[in-house]
Design a protein around this ligand. Structure first.
Ligand code: NAD
Length: 313
């Protein structure tokens, strides 16, 4: 794994408990070790624990053992349910005033509950979900979106700086998660819009390259088009050129749009496109597409279009 120490990162060695050493947590913990921090880690999956041990993390047999002597506890877990039940287990085992940083992508409401639980137990807490994927986690170039008080953000920033290139304070507890799901809702909707435009262009006899050359220089320009183009050719580095190997997996987009849909409903927001995007990624995932890059949704647009054409004939 890449050794990484950001010049802006803290120069003091900090004791960090790291829980969840999977695809993202493993390389993030490794970067903290490489920056000189004392990282004690736990994950119930033996292979994840072994890999972290090889990267210099002091591995322990339980979550409680990872937090007891730590000043900062980082969690990188699959869901809000995992975070809330783990917090219940570990909050009593931590030293008073420990700073809890949850980097998982979870429901805004769960993030606010987790924050409240930590504070009631005498600790400090921020939510700090990330973008940048496994590549960013390995290179130490993640973007962190942080929700929490000014004081807790200031305490978390130097440690996040080690693992990322951009750390943004988004406001009060839960607002990091809010920023993450709003951004990913834009991304999911725009990827579907770009895919629909390419499929329409194909039906109209327009080459993918011609559409790309126009839209990438016109008002249709967006990240889904210019960086993660869903057709092979125009952007050689996009996943479409390697049979849609992720990248950002469609299963993760499905998860994030599900969280966005929960928040849209809970807050009474009229968002036809966000909710429809959640439905489309959910059925793409259920049909077995989840392991592909999220730009593979273009195949779903093509398939539904050809079914419609057949039905119309
Ligand atoms: P992962 O499944 O690879 O890792 C999660 C790890 O948490 C697993 O190793 C699991 O064993 C561990 N875990 C579960 N319960 C635990 C417990 N009680 N104590 C300690 N460890 C426990 O998932 P990932 O891809 O690393 O993603 C983690 C989070 O980051 C998710 O919320 C995901 O949505 C988010 N995220 C992932 C990506 C990505 O590209 N993979 C990008 C951005 C955000």
């Amino acid at each position: 794994m890449t050794s990484h120490k950001r010049p802006g990162g803290t120069s003091m060695s900090i004791s960090v408990g790291f829980l969840g050493l999977g695809h993202m947590g493993g390389p993030m913990a490794s970067n903290l070790v490489n920056a000189g921090h004392n990282v004690v880690g736990f994950d119930p999956v033996p292979a994840a624990l072994e890999q972290a041990g090889k990267a210099g993390v002091s591995v322990v047999e339980s979550a409680e053992a990872a937090v007891g002597g730590s000043d900062v506890v980082i969690t990188m877990l699959p869901s809000g349910q995992h975070v809330l039940s783990l917090y219940e287990q570990i909050l009593p085992a931590a030293k008073p005033g420990t700073l809890f940083i949850d980097c998982s992508t979870i429901d805004v409401a769960d993030a606010r509950t987790a924050h409240q639980q930590a504070v009631e137990a005498g600790h400090r807490a921020v939510d700090a979900p990330v973008s940048g994927g496994v590549v960013g986690a390995t290179a130490g170039t993640l973007a962190f979106m942080v929700g929490g008080s000014e004081q807790d953000f200031t305490a978390a920033e130097p440690i996040l700086d080690v693992m990322g290139k951009k750390v943004v304070h988004c406001g009060s507890p839960g607002n990091g998660q809010a920023a993450k799901i709003c951004n990913n809702m834009i991304l999911g909707v725009s990827m579907i819009a770009v895919s629909e435009a390419f499929v329409l262009g194909e039906k109209l006899g327009l080459s993918n390259q011609a559409l790309f050359d126009v839209a990438s220089n016109a008002s249709g320009q967006c990240w889904a088009l210019v960086a993660n183009c869903p057709v092979p050719g125009p952007v050689p580095t996009s996943p479409a050129n390697r049979d849609y190997e992720p990248g950002f997996a469609a299963s993760l987009m499905d998860k994030d749009l599900g969280l966005a849909a929960n928040a849209l409903r809970a807050n009474g927001v009229e968002a036809d496109l966000g909710l429809r995007a959640a439905e489309l990624y959910s059925s793409f995932n259920a049909a077995g597409g989840g392991g592909q890059d999220f730009s593979a949704i273009i195949k779903d647009v093509r398939e539904r279009s050809s079914r419609k054409t057949e039905a119309d004939q």
